[in-house]
Design a protein around this ligand. Structure first.
Ligand code: IMP
Length: 180
């Protein structure tokens, strides 16, 4: 993939390389390995966007763990609606467990806020959040992001699992919009 990427009506430019991303993931994975040792955490991967990040992160987690997948679709095009349409797939008990929610990007935080509320209703022992990207200037919530790779400006990004209208997930690098 070159340094610019045209997807539908938008032009994107390379922003975070695969090496940058893998190195940041190594750092958070080693923090997880230290902090959650002995707890057998349940990783909950938020589909679709987090599938590549979660795969790379979980391969570097060396402690015993379980993995579950959920889908919380609430985003269409480039505007966050902030409403969770549906939660699909959360069919295991979280009671007394250490849960780590894995998200691709936290923008306003509304999507995750709603989901974390539902998880807390399931009486876990502890809930942590792992995210590849955070847009601090857009973030409107207060929950901590315990394991974060990058804080980025409030600009639209694609690649590494993130899409623009369904396209752009298939890249090891992250691109940001040029003509927003
Ligand atoms: P939030 O509820 O505003 O935090 O939005 C979170 C979700 O919006 C993420 O899981 C992504 O699916 C999507 N999203 C937010 N910002 C971007 C972006 O820059 N590129 C692609 N998807 C994004």
């Amino acid at each position: 993939m070159s340094d610019t990427w045209v997807i539908r009506d938008k032009v994107f430019t390379k922003y975070l390389t695969a090496d940058d991303i893998q190195s940041a993931i190594r750092t958070i994975a080693s923090k997880i390995n230290q902090e959650l040792d002995g707890q057998v955490p349940v990783f909950i991967v938020v589909l679709n966007g987090a599938f590549i990040f979660a795969s790379d992160l979980i391969k570097k987690v060396k402690i015993d763990c379980e993995i579950a997948f959920v889908k919380l679709s609430s985003y269409s095009g480039m505007e966050s609606t902030g409403t969770i349409k549906e939660v699909i797939g959360l069919d295991i008990s979280l009671k007394g467990r250490t849960v780590v929610v894995i998200e691709d990007i936290v923008d306003t935080g509304l999507t995750l806020h709603g989901f974390l509320k539902q998880i807390n209703d399931m009486e876990p022992a502890a809930v942590k959040v792992a995210a590849c990207l955070l847009k601090p200037d857009a973030f409107r919530m207060k929950f901590p992001i315990d394991y974060l790779c990058f804080s980025i400006p409030n600009e639209f990004v694609v690649g590494y699992g993130l899409d623009y209208d369904g396209l752009g997930r298939n890249s090891s690098d992250i691109y940001k919009i040029l003509n927003g």
